[in-house]
Design a protein around this ligand. Sequence first.
Ligand SMILES: C[S@@+](CC[C@H](N)C(=O)[O-])C[C@H]1O[C@@H](n2cnc3c(N)ncnc32)[C@H](O)[C@@H]1O
Length: 187
Amino acid sequence: MAEGDRERWNAKHEAAWNRSPEPPDDFVLRSLARFPDPHGASALDLACGAGRHALDLARRGYLVEAWDVSPVALELLRKRATAKGLLLATRELDLATGAPLDFRRKPFQLVIAVDFLERALFADFQKLVAPGGHLVFATFTVDRPGDQPSERYCLARGELAAGLPGFETLATREADGRAGLFARRSA
Ligand SMILES: C[S@@+](CC[C@H](N)C(=O)[O-])C[C@H]1O[C@@H](n2cnc3c(N)ncnc32)[C@H](O)[C@@H]1O
């Protein structure tokens, strides 16, 4: 990612510093409802931003790691977690280098990625999610209202309907300019 993009994201997160976190995405909430007792399961929030999902996952009892390129987002997330008495780990990294992730730790039982589209990462999902673990992915499609995010960061119509290699699709949804995929990594 270009340095200017990181600065742009830092500025956006800075502007949100004194705002309340947005509620989690509906498709994510519906998918998580399938796991009533996740206590101690590992979860990764990719491109977590200020952590509306990471915080929700930690509150549910997941052991959460949250990754983002913006140090400001991660600082805000840690501040919010501390205020709520929640524990989670953060990691600053650029997910858009195009190179496969250097991934040396145990894969996660749950990975979520919301409102962040980097198709080169689709191949990494298989390394990030443990066999039998789950992936929840949701973002905008080209049918979003308005022109944000720009089209290259939007899914094509029907793009998630085909699922992802190495995953069994449990649910997909496409409506109102958004699409979601809930899938289980093949064992
Ligand atoms: C629209 S926000 C979504 C944040 C969060 N997933 C949510 O649903 O609230 C996109 C996030 O992606 C992060 N981001 C953008 N480019 C990135 C990159 N190359 N690597 C890692 N994170 C990135 C931004 O800092 C921002 O927090």
